[in-house]
Design a protein around this ligand. Structure first.
Ligand code: 13P
Length: 247
């Protein structure tokens, strides 16, 4: 199963649902539809209405983050995994580089993953090296640390997806070379197999994915799908990515 996940970040109002509706209409008629899953992570403000609208359809809704506690607490503006699940989301991102740079620590990420899974949300756990790590040839060690500090065998690997998003690639138009990305994805899967045993959870790529460069990414068979930022705000651009992936 492949994944195409659209992460809207700080974008969208109620009527932006027409973007998802167009993607849904495409998906309904696509001959390849059984091969992949489409998930969108709109901002918190839209999760409930979008999840209701797509309840019996194929598009799934997730949140972009969750708070590191279970249900209710006295943390102003915080939203827990329980609350997210209760308004109809099935997934949550955890550890996006935007949130890491705003102060997500390993201890917080560990709790986020734990409580999200406890509340039956599937977790898309984001990792990625920054420009300096890359320049210093630290990519592999940084990714390893990000994985082993949070993920452990007791977690349900069937509910975990890992998204590799090099920070230097997010929103920049810069992407890794094919060889680089293949090696890195294999490295990530090797570590995941060490943690979880035989079969690795799905590993996605994210960072400036568009309808054009997806033709290169699709040649890397280790990649199980994509986490798409900018291009997910346009139905046409998002659909082009899927179309060109299966072309
Ligand atoms: P872009 O596709 O805009 O580079 O964003 C990637 C991303 O951060 C998705 O979570």
């Amino acid at each position: 199963m492949k994944y195409f996940i659209g992460n809207w970040k700080m974008f969208g109002v109620p009527k932006s649902i027409n973007i998802l509706d167009k993607v849904n209409s495409f998906h309904k008629k696509d001959k390849n539809r059984k091969k992949y899953r489409v998930i969108f992570t709109p901002p918190f403000t839209l999760i409930e209405s979008y999840a209701k609208f797509f309840k019996n359809k194929k598009i799934l809704i997730g949140s972009q983050n969750c708070f590191q506690k279970d249900r209710f607490s006295s943390n102003t503006a915080a939203i827990s995994p329980y609350m997210i699940k209760k308004v109809g989301a099935n997934y949550t991102l955890v550890g996006h580089s935007d949130n890491r740079s705003e102060g997500d620590t390993d201890a917080m990420l560990k709790n986020k993953v734990f409580f999200a899974l406890k509340n039956n949300l599937k977790v898309v756990f984001c990792i990625g090296e920054n420009k300096i790590d890359k320049r210093n040839k630290k990519t592999f060690s940084v990714l390893k640390k990000q994985l082993i500090s949070i993920l452990e065998k007791k977690l349900d690997k069937k509910k975990i997806i890992v998204a590799y998003e090099p920070v230097w690639s997010i929103g920049t138009g810069k992407i890794p070379t094919k060889i680089e990305l293949q090696k890195t994805t294999i490295h990530i899967k090797k570590i995941l197999k060490k943690i979880f045993g035989k079969k690795s959870p799905a590993v996605l790529y994210g960072g400036s994915v568009d309808g054009n460069n997806v033709k290169m990414f699709r040649e890397i068979k280790e990649i199980d799908g994509f986490l798409i930022g900018g291009a997910s705000k346009s139905a046409k651009k998002f659909i082009d990515i899927i179309k060109n992936y299966y072309r």
